[in-house]
Write a protein that binds this ligand. Sequence first.
Ligand SMILES: [Fe+2]
Ligand SMILES: [Fe+2]
Length: 212
Amino acid sequence: MSNIQLTEDEIANNRREFLHIVDSKIKRDGISKFVDEWLDGTSDFFKAPASTKYHGNYKGGLCEHSLNVYHRFEKNYENEKKELKEKFNVELNDESRAIISLFHDICKANYYKLDLRNYKNEETGKWEKKEYYAIDEKFPFGHGEKSVFLLNQYIHLDYMEAICINWHMGGFDRRVLGGDNSLSLAFEKYPLAVLFHISDMEATYFDEKVNK
Ligand SMILES: [Fe+2]
Ligand SMILES: [Fe+2]
């Protein structure tokens, strides 16, 4: 059983970097209220894990993941922007890219709780109690769609931003698994949503670790 943790310093540094990007890139009406009142206020965003048993399943994992996605998306956009412009006539400004990347998984804030479970210590052979994250959903509104809804309580999203956040899970989205075929139409009409989904996957599987 691995024990990957972020130090309190790393968690604080990630929070600082996250808020610096918000401050420098996002000027939209309502952003200050959103951050002060909700993100850095009543929500546990900066301390939350990114999952219970997958990547980033440790304190601060959610903010770390959001930053990883931000950096991946910036790099991918830089690499692909010429083709996106020439082929599809689409562009995405700094502010939109920051909003999509940093806030795509806010549905996971106030979503996990710490619990205890028994596990066998391989060295001593004894059973011990260990903390783990469990799901404690208080607002069951889905995943990407929940992030869109929460953000829209404070800031106005345009169509591109809403689509990229809504469909960021791609084929892993539960609606798709349940038979909804609107994802392929969304990806056809909004190629940036494809690039964002890939960025989310890269951050998760290339950049992040998991406690097993
Ligand atoms: Fe997600
Ligand atoms: Fe994500």
